[in-house]
Design a protein around this ligand. Structure first.
Ligand code: ATP
Ligand code: MG
Length: 282
């Protein structure tokens, strides 16, 4: 819904209500610590960009919020209430939906069947699937995004990576979620499909009833569509700024600095190992 104040000034107000809060969470996989003491918040109608190096913990964070992983320690709150999703379906029933980086479409099912996966519509009173209705709604959802997928009855195995991603995004968006987590939704998309998804995010943002966290590697896109950007480094949030207060140069500089530090540490480790070798040889 258009806010008259926003229309008058042309700028979005700061998020007034917090829909999600993550406090000091940690998650390990055996000896690997993927998330450590990580805190994050998301305002209503806000688009938060999550950036960070490969393996820094972005997907693990998304999968923890959406109920796929259980957290080891820490707490989460949804609309101010304690939030402990038991499963992805449980999170979805509470309004948190996800597009995974590793997609989760079922190859053998058709486009429309994938769109309604796990929330199939049935004809009452008979327990039959309402296929015609699902096809109609699937077409409307894809038209809404503007992605052209000619045959909704084709198995998704025959689609391109970008088309598959578009379906995953359409599924999440048509699901009436309050919070959408998009893990690299643009990664496999061509320029045209990517632009359509960005446009859609823009539209969702204007309607302001959905809040989004978008994982992305392209800083230009992050600065264009997000209200705020968080950088995750070694499993924790190392940088949190409104996009209006940062720049491509600043984001690049942080990442370059990170590489410099990692390289120096690697060189220091090597020198130490060499010194140890020399000492034991002497
Ligand atoms: N199921 C798992 N089992 C074991 N280790 C895992 C698992 N999932 C993630 N990890 C490890 O946790 C760390 C964080 O991984 P994660 O997938 O969250 O990174 P990411 O930031 O999403 O990286 P990318 O940009 O490459 O997608 C990595 O060291 C990864 O190997
Ligand atoms: Mg990832």
């Amino acid at each position: 819904m258009a806010d008259p104040e926003v229309a008058a000034t042309g700028t979005a107000p700061p998020p007034s209500t917090e829909v999600l809060r993550v406090e000091h969470i940690a998650k390990s996989f055996g000896p690997i610590t993927a998330l450590r003491d990580l805190s994050l918040h998301l305002g209503k109608g806000e688009v938060l960009g999550l950036i960070g190096d490969n393996g820094s913990g972005k997907s693990t964070l998304m999968k923890t919020i959406c109920g796929f992983h259980k957290l080891d320690t820490g707490r989460m709150f949804l609309n101010g209430e304690p939030y402990q999703p038991k499963s992805v379906d449980d999170a979805r029933s509470k309004g948190v939906d996800t597009v995974y980086q590793d997609l989760a479409l079922i190859d053998e099912l058709s486009v429309y069947q994938n769109l309604f996966l796990r929330r199939e519509r049935v004809l009452r009173p008979l327990p039959l699937l309402a296929n015609r209705e699902m096809r109609k709604r699937a077409r409307a959802a894809l038209d809404d995004i503007g992605i052209n997928i000619p045959r909704l009855t084709s198995p998704v195995a025959r689609l391109s990576g970008g088309q598959r991603q578009a379906i995953a995004v359409a599924r999440a968006i048509s699901g009436e979620a309050d919070i959408l987590l998009l893990d690299e939704p643009l990664a496999a998309m061509g320029a045209k499909e990517g632009a359509l998804i960005l446009e859609l995010v823009q539209r969702l943002k204007e309607e302001a009833d959905v809040s989004l966290i978008i994982v992305a590697h392209n800083y230009v896109q992050v600065l264009e569509i997000c209200d705020r950007v968080n950088l995750i480094q070694d499993g924790t949030i190392a940088f949190d700024k409104p996009t209006a207060e940062t720049s491509l140069d600043e984001l690049n500089e942080i990442v370059i600095e990170q590489y410099r530090r990692a390289r120096q540490e690697a060189l220091a480790d090597e020198a130490e190992a060499a010194a140890r070798r020399d000492a034991s040889a002497a």
